[in-house]
Design a protein around this ligand. Structure first.
Ligand code: GRF
Length: 230
């Protein structure tokens, strides 16, 4: 029986992505609906060097999303796919998928994308599609204002989660979480801002794990293998 990093290989579900050789990089397609600060964190990670992934395409459902502008400023192809242009969600997502495929995207990153994906898109990118959510899932799943909801609920700790996307909204296997303790002086806004700062660490960290081939799915548990000693 072979073992990889202490995990029995036979029960690992292979992820769709192979480790990226040190000289190559994982091609990311980012879907974003708004401000795009998480997209910016990925662009900045790449610009800083030593990051084994690169944003090669950005798509939005909103033509005025600042995220599109951030992408264009960085020289990354960026396109809007407003729902009004398509007869159905499936048609829209088929167009998004064709755009991502044309740019050779290997991993799709939902970074503030405020629409659910069509079943065909979910199937096409199974285990190659991740999302960042501003709470410690499964708490405050399924809400676009999870930081405010956590604050209003009176939590003492919240944070962010990077997870694989499947048919269950905010319910796929968890890759990484970062916790943020509430400060007595926090307002809803300051709490959300500190959570966002953690998101900007968690998202590149999760992508690095995928690019380096360090994740294994065991049931719905996402195991993290130690770094390669090569
Ligand atoms: C983030 O809080 C993210 O967790 C959530 O939407 C927000 C997007 O922010 N899914 P930005 O557009 O990346 O600045």
């Amino acid at each position: 029986m072979t073992r990889t990093g202490g995990i029995t290989a036979e029960i690992d579900e292979a992820l769709g992505i192979q480790p990226v050789p040190p000289t190559a990089c994982l091609r990311l397609g980012v879907l974003a609906s708004g401000r795009g600060s998480n997209l910016q964190a990925l662009l900045d990670s790449r610009a800083g060097g030593q990051f084994p992934a690169q944003v090669v395409a950005v798509a939005s459902n909103r033509p005025n999303a600042p995220a599109l502008e951030r992408a264009r400023r960085a020289g990354v192809p960026a396109e809007a796919f407003p729902q009004t242009r398509y007869a159905s969600l499936a048609d829209r997502d088929a167009a998004v998928q064709a755009f991502l495929e044309a740019h050779g995207v290997e991993l799709v990153v939902l970074a503030g994308y405020d629409r659910v994906l069509a079943p065909g898109m979910l199937a096409a990118y199974r285990n190659r599609l991740i999302n960042i959510h501003p709470s410690l899932l499964p708490a405050f799943a399924g809400t676009l204002q999870a930081q405010a909801a956590a604050f209003e609920h009176g939590v003492k700790v919240s944070g962010c989660t990077v997870h694989f996307v499947d048919e269950q909204l905010d319910g796929g296997p968890i890759i990484l979480q970062r916790a943020v303790a509430l400060d007595e002086a926090d307002t809803a806004e300051s709490f959300a801002a500190r959570i966002l700062a953690e998101e900007h660490q968690a998202l590149p960290d999760a992508i690095r794990l995928i690019a380096e081939g360090r994740l294994r799915l065991v049931g719905r548990r996402c195991r993290i293998l130690p770094p390669s000693r090569l």
